[in-house]
Each structure stands twice: as structure tokens, then as C-alpha cells.
Design a protein around this ligand. Structure first.
Ligand code: HEC
Length: 113
């Protein structure tokens, strides 16, 4: 049983070679909906009350997507985003491995219209 789990984990890690995974692995969507959608919206439109209030960006807009490289997105998710007065507008993602953060970046890219 333990071995099966290890193999499954190894496959998940070895999975997509690029960040542009069309179909992110199970768990990514759920993590997004639980930890990110309150501000960014389930479909990335930032059309939520909290999202509008805090100024989250609409990820379906190609111009907004073009503002960030994958690396910048990765860092924003890992380290959070602060405003000029040093207050977090977005906190670092909780309990997210680097692997999951890469999948989240790919997932956000898939919102682009
Ligand atoms: C409390 C609301 C909030 C939550 C929750 C939140 N974000 Fe954000 N996020 C923001 C705001 C606001 C911005 C825009 C920051 C800016 O550019 O000034 C942002 C920007 C981003 C960016 C663009 C990079 C950047 O530097 O601005 C990415 C990528 C991102 N969020 C991913 C995520 C992911 C993934 C999660 C879940 C783990 C998440 N966010 C959860 C509010 C939130």
C-alpha cells in the first residue's frame, strides 16, 4: 500500500514536463476553490465581493496574464503579495508544495480567454 502511494506520488511529480498542463492533476482545482477562489473567483474572474474589494485581477483577461511570467506568479503564490505599505494583499499560499504551486500557475493560465 505504501509503495503504491509512493509510485502514485512519483508519477504525479514526473507528470507534465511543462507548466502549460491543460488538465491539472486532481487536487489543484480543489485547492484553488478552497484557498484562492474567495478573491480570484472559481473561474479566475475576480468577480467576488472580496476580490473586488481588494483589487484582485481578472485572470481571464489576456492583458493581465501577460503582466506576469510563470516565475513571477510562482513567487507571488509562494511568498504572497504586499502593497506599498508592506501589508499583504495576498498572503503566501498555505501548505502548498512547489509542485502544487506550479500546477496552480498552469491552472491560472488555463483561465485565459
Ligand atoms: C485575500 C484575497 C486573495 C486570495 C485568497 C488570493 N489572492 Fe492572489 N491576488 C490577490 C490580489 C489582490 C492580487 C493582486 C496583487 C497586485 O498585483 O497588486 C493577487 C494576485 C495574484 C497573482 C498575480 C501575481 C502578482 O504578483 O500579482 C497570482 C498568480 C495569484 N494572485 C494567485 C493566487 C493563488 C494561486 C491563490 C490561492 C493559493 C491566491 N492568489 C489567493 C488576492 C488574493
Amino acid at each position: 500500500m505504501k509503495n503504491t502511494l509512493l509510485i502514485a506520488a512519483a508519477c504525479a511529480l514526473a507528470g507534465p514536463a511543462t507548466l502549460a498542463a491543460a488538465d491539472p492533476p486532481a487536487g489543484t482545482r480543489q485547492y484553488w476553490e478552497e484557498h484562492c477562489a474567495s478573491c480570484h473567483g472559481v473561474e479566475g474572474k475576480a468577480d467576488t465581493k472580496a476580490g473586488k474589494k481588494i483589487g484582485a485581477i481578472n485572470f481571464t483577461d489576456p492583458q493581465n496574464q501577460a503582466r506576469f511570467t510563470d516565475e513571477q506568479m510562482f513567487r507571488a503564490i509562494k511568498e504572497g503579495v504586499k502593497n506599498k505599505s508592506g501589508k499583504y494583499t495576498m498572503k503566501p499560499a498555505e501548505n502548498a508544495s512547489d509542485e502544487l504551486i506550479k500546477f496552480l500557475v498552469a491552472y491560472i493560465r488555463s483561465f485565459k480567454k
